[in-house]
Design a protein around this ligand. Structure first.
Ligand SMILES: Cc1cc2nc3c(=O)[nH]c(=O)nc-3n(C[C@H](O)[C@H](O)[C@H](O)COP(=O)(O)OP(=O)(O)OC[C@H]3O[C@@H](n4cnc5c(N)ncnc54)[C@H](O)[C@@H]3O)c2cc1C
Length: 423
């Protein structure tokens, strides 16, 4: 049981960063309370029942890579790592809608990127030497836009860099930060297929990441206060003195700590002097109630289409579009019809549109440009009891589940260290 004088840890925001911080701190002997503005946990990572399709859908199909060690450790702790599914080898089937050509990129299953040397595994019509640009990128010393270091021409760009880094950075890769691209390369494909296997929570991202985390915390006596938005903080010179929520005010004791795990735009409202990324990119997901034939892959990369990745599972086909400015402007019916045309042609399904739903997340991630990346603050602030978490803080990674979890872990470790130093 928490002792009465060990202080309370107030975690603001029950997205993955806040949940990860709470899970990390649970069992440490201090009282922990999570406050969440909405009526559910998960933030940008959630599963819910959709009336129109009569299905459970995710706000976005979330892909995790086997090299995402913090995400996997988080799942191991809450007992759901085994509920992520993916192929044994890091195989990615692709189709080019312009040429109708199909191929499989196979990063293998080992520790070394042997795939670069195997004609049948790497991108068709490329040679080993074509991948030198990737190796150079992985250890680029300064940050600039990828377009300043490569042209965007050639098969390695079109069939590997463009689809993978559009998905990982959620921005047209030539505008993206080389440092963020490099971090993803170093942690995944540079380590061979072992770190590049695609893993998906087929039953729903919320079912694997969020609900079990909430249950894990509840079992340890940690509650989430829903519909409780932090609207202001009273800041003393050296510390946060008071938290003002929509329905209550909490005065902070000398041993209390605060982890602010809200999105960047919410953090700047609360702390106007904070410098954070301020540009965001949308992601659009289109879900269809339909069964793909057995021969259709669970995950298919699409080049030269409106669709970018197609995910199929029993009874459901979902399409993801990253950096989806154009798709957010299209009338919903048009978008659903156009995407279904592509899916139906590829999966050999009837042209008649099945029940569908579109989820547009306008501020899905911060814009992963070098300029926005440079604005990401670290977890520590000038207030000794206030720490920041969230995928937009300086994790060194793009805005991802892995980044959000690492940020929560880091904030939790700083709170623990702070407490030890004060003891
Ligand atoms: C459509 C989509 C697809 C994605 N696909 C992938 C993917 O394939 N792979 C991947 O790794 N990542 C993906 N991501 C990114 C991933 O979802 C995010 O990086 C991650 O969920 C961010 O978690 P977070 O805790 O940092 O922020 P959030 O999830 O935004 O959580 C912040 C929480 O704080 C709450 N809050 C806000 N203000 C307040 C306040 N004042 N008081 C109290 N609470 C407040 C919010 O309601 C929210 O619950 C995707 C994101 C989207 C939107």
């Amino acid at each position: 049981m928490p002792s009465s004088d060990s202080g309370t840890i107030h975690i603001i925001g029950a997205g993955l960063a806040g949940l990860a911080a709470a899970v990390r701190l649970s069992g440490g002997g201090r009282k922990i309370v999570l406050y969440e503005a909405t009526d559910h946990a998960g933030g940008r990572c959630r599963t819910y029942y959709d009336d129109l399709t009569d299905m459970l859908i995710d706000n976005g199909t979330h892909l995790v890579l086997s090299g995402n060690y913090a995400a996997r450790a988080f799942l191991r702790t809450i007992g759901t790592e085994g509920r992520l599914h993916g192929p044994r080898d890091a195989r990615y089937p692709f189709v080019d809608l312009a040429t109708k050509k199909r191929w499989k990129l196979n990063f293998g299953s080992g520790f070394f990127p042997w795939w670069i040397f195997k004609k049948g595994d790497r991108v068709p019509e490329t040679r080993t030497g074509d991948y030198l640009s990737l190796a150079r990128l992985a250890w680029a010393p300064t940050d600039r836009a990828l377009g300043e270091t490569m042209s965007g021409a050639g098969m390695v760009y079109q069939r590997l860099i463009s689809p993978f880094f559009l998905a990982a950075l959620n921005i047209e890769p030539l505008k993206g930060s080389t440092k963020l691209v490099a971090a993803v390369i170093r942690e995944t494909i540079a380590k061979g297929g072992r770190a590049a296997r695609p893993l998906i929570a087929q039953e729903g991202i919320g079912k694997v990441f969020i609900d079990p985390a909430v249950k894990y915390l509840r079992k340890r006596g940690i509650s989430i206060v829903y519909k409780c938005e932090l609207v202001a903080m009273r800041l003393a010179k050296t510390h946060v003195a008071e938290l003002k929520f929509s329905d209550r005010t909490v005065a902070l004791g000398v041993h209390d700590s605060v982890i602010l795990a809200v999105p960047a735009y919410a953090a700047t409202r609360l702390l106007p002097e904070l410098r954070t990324p301020s540009l965001f990119c949308p992601i659009v997901n289109v879900h269809f109630r339909a069964n793909a034939p057995k021969s259709f892959p669970p995950m298919l990369g699409v080049i030269n289409g409106l669709s970018q990745w197609i995910f199929s599972t029993t009874g459901k086909i979902s399409v993801t579009i990253s950096d989806a400015e154009r798709a957010t402007k299209m009338p919903r019916d048009d978008l659903a019809r156009k995407i279904w045309q592509e899916v139906a042609a590829l999966a050999k399904l009837p042209a008649k549109l099945p029940p569908w739903q579109i989820v547009r997340e306008r501020r899905a991630t911060f814009a992963a440009t070098p300029e926005e990346n440079a604005k990401r603050p670290g977890a520590e602030t000038r207030w000794t009891n206030l720490f920041l978490a969230g995928d937009w803080t300086a994790t060194g990674l793009p805005a991802t589940l892995e980044g959000a979890i690492r940020s929560g872990n880091r904030a939790a470790d700083l709170v623990s260290r702070n407490r030890r130093a004060a003891a």
